[in-house]
Design a protein around this ligand. Structure first.
Ligand code: AMP
Ligand code: MG
Length: 194
């Protein structure tokens, strides 16, 4: 897919100003904000009308940046190698030094993390100094969007930028697993099966 670099730059500028941007991923479109910023995370909850107690998934480019915020273990590293970037989310323990906004996690000590595969999401994440909190780009309770028009239907001009990355390849939310202990628990079924 051809990436519009002007849009990536525009997104980067908005995100650096703690604004939210809708981005394509291979699962569904996400509404993204700086995961280290309380201001940006509050905006995500407000725009979506999402209950504050429902924690956000945080998106990273790779392991390098994740190591700052989370404790990694062997099971996680194995599955990371096999499936990432891809449609799987891991619940891990945060490090004491984690910079993740407490708004994003509702003060949980755990964090749900994902490494999206879509080239636009990857390009953007690579160029930012922080990970992106990005739940699906719909008002809470509505269907998750799989194209940019669908995002516009929910938010209209409330979001300054919706990046068009085509139709989401999977069209369903990521598999979520809790991988903190030896016994892996599936919290949400998705494109990657048990
Ligand atoms: P969504 O609402 O589509 O963004 O999905 C977020 C999913 O990730 C929900 O199923 C949450 O329960 C789950 N989730 C996010 N953060 C955590 C966490 N720290 N621990 C357990 N599950 C989480
Ligand atoms: Mg959702």
């Amino acid at each position: 897919m051809k990436i519009n670099l002007a849009n990536i730059k525009k997104a980067k500028n908005l995100l650096n100003k703690r604004e939210c941007v809708a981005i394509p991923t291979e699962t569904v479109y996400g509404i993204a904000g700086n995961a280290y910023s309380d201001t940006a995370c509050k905006k995500i909850f407000r725009l979506k009308n999402r209950p504050a107690k429902n924690p956000l998934i945080v998106h990273y480019y790779d392991l390098k940046k994740l190591r700052d915020d989370c404790e990694l273990n062997d099971n996680f590293l194995k599955l990371y190698k096999k499936f990432c970037p891809g449609p799987i989310t891991f619940v891990l323990n945060q490090k004491k030094t984690s910079k993740i906004s407490k708004i994003a996690t509702n003060k949980k000590k755990t964090l749900a993390v994902r490494f999206p595969k879509h080239p636009v999401a990857r390009n953007l994440l690579k160029s930012l100094k922080y990970p992106l909190a990005a739940p699906s780009a719909n008002i809470s309770g509505n269907i998750s969007p799989t194209d940019p028009y669908h995002v516009y239907e929910d938010f209209g001009k409330e979001i300054e930028l919706i990046i068009d990355g085509g139709q989401s390849e999977k069209g369903v939310e990521s598999t979520v697993i809790d991988i903190r202990s030896k016994e892996i628990v599936v919290l949400r079924y998705g494109p990657i099966t048990q």
